[in-house]
Ligand binder design. Structure first.
Ligand code: UD1
Ligand code: UDP
Length: 368
């Protein structure tokens, strides 16, 4: 069976790394990798860490390109790869433009598609934007759905996907995290030299498109107020490479005391910062899954989430996107140790570190 795995952004690469590494060593499977390079630098550090050598690199990232341009570029470039490779199965991951365009290209070539991390839903078309619609469309196009949790599987069943095509596997992000977090790591040269680790360190990431503009300003304004009111906290903020986000972050956060803005961290040092921090503030998807596994409370900088499991387990809370709601959620945890301890429990609602093995075994057994 020839399998072509298609991915292109940082989170897809992190979450596909455990699976493509296994597929590469599976007898009876010929595994090919095509990266769209929707992200360039942020993708390349992940490929290096996991020693992944793509067979195809579409190199489509352009600064300032629109979602339409990005989608068209992925589709056009993949057309040629599919004509050349004629795989038996195409694998995509998650909910990015690469995911949607990859699954659409597979459909146009009448190829079966397997969707890893299938079934996540918020039921809000624009939250997250454009991911909610990307994953719904991918769900329609895909043949096999690898759902990380039973809740995700239920979402697919409710949409009419046949039960025999849905597999609950856990999330491969836990495989990647557990394979990485214990490796030795030096934080030198990453812009974190001035962090005082004896203080409480808050790890911040914020990049969602629906948070661009006013919500991001409000979030940053609450961070500024927290740094003034709590003299014993430090904030580490690795800023996404999207130039618009960097400009907004500089405008709102430059010069604040104990704020450490840095470039995106490679995954290994990022795991170490997650492990050492006090709590996580994020609008990212992946961090909502990783932080609970490390026993770190997560305050989600969004109004809805497709990852309700950590909230149900008590290690994550929705902090919203308003200045006051974010401030209130963070200050409550900083001031109330009992509340903090209740959240800071290590749980793994998203997987046991063996999701990739399960997906590989299921794929091996498919009758293609
Ligand atoms: C994209 C995904 C989002 C995912 C996020 C993970 C879409 C529509 N969005 O976010 O679902 O959560 O990735 O990070 O698929 N850039 C660089 N170097 C890089 C990466 C980005 O310079 O390594 C700059 C480029 O100017 C690029 C821009 O950032 O054009 C935006 O990249 P894009 O993939 O569109 O990012 P997002 O949509 O913000
Ligand atoms: N991450 C990283 N370096 C950073 C920020 C995040 O390696 O500076 C990792 C993080 O651990 C998680 C993934 O990137 O595995 C999340 O990616 P991102 O937030 O870009 O996308 P999302 O999860 O929101 O789709």
């Amino acid at each position: 069976m020839k399998i072509l795995s298609v991915f292109g952004t940082r989170p897809e690469a992190i979450k596909m790394a455990p699976l493509v590494s296994l597929l590469a060593h599976t007898i009876d499977i010929e595994s090919k990798i095509c990266v769209t390079a929707q992200h360039r630098e942020m993708l390349d550090t992940v490929l290096d860490l996991f020693c992944i050598k793509p067979d195809y690199d579409l190199n489509i990232m352009r600064h300032g390109q629109s979602l339409c341009q990005l989608t068209a570029a992925v589709l056009t470039a993949l057309d040629a790869v599919l004509n050349a490779e004629k795989p038996d199965l195409l694998l995509v991951h998650g909910d990015t433009t690469t995911t949607f365009a990859g699954s659409l290209a597979a459909f146009y070539h009448r190829l079966p598609c397997g969707h890893v991390e299938a079934g996540l839903r918020t039921a809000h078309k624009y939250a997250p934007y454009p991911e909610e619609v990307n994953r719904r469309l991918t769900g329609t196009l895909a043949e096999w759905h690898f759902a990380p949790t039973s809740g995700a599987a239920d979402n697919l069943l409710a949409e009419g996907v046949a039960a025999k095509n849905i597999f609950i596997t856990g999330n491969t992000v836990i495989d990647a995290l557990l394979a990485t977090v214990h490796k030795p790591c030096d934080l030198e040269g990453l812009g974190l030299e001035k962090v005082d680790w004896s203080r409480r360190v808050l790890l911040l990431t914020c990049h969602r498109r629906e948070n661009w503009g006013r919500p991001m300003k409000e979030i940053f304004s609450s961070i500024a107020a927290l740094l003034v009111d709590f003299s014993d906290i430090e904030v580490i903020y690795p800023v996404h490479r999207n130039p618009g986000i960097l400009a907004q972050a500089r405008e709102c956060l430059s010069g604040l005391p104990r704020l450490h803005m840095c470039e995106p961290l490679p995954y290994l040092p990022f795991c170490h910062v997650m492990k050492r921090c006090y709590l996580v503030l994020t609008d990212s998807g992946g961090l909502q899954e990783e932080a609970p596994a490390l026993g770190k409370p997560v305050l989600v900088l969004r109004e809805v989430t497709e990852r309700p499991e950590a909230i149900a387990a008590g290690t994550a809370r929705l902090a919203g996107i308003g200045r006051d709601t974010v401030y209130a959620a963070v200050s409550a945890l900083l001031q109330n140790e009992a509340e903090y301890k209740k959240m800071a429990r290590s749980i793994n609602p998203y997987g046991d570190g063996h999701a990739a093995e399960r997906i590989r075994d299921i794929i091996s057994g498919l009758n293609i």
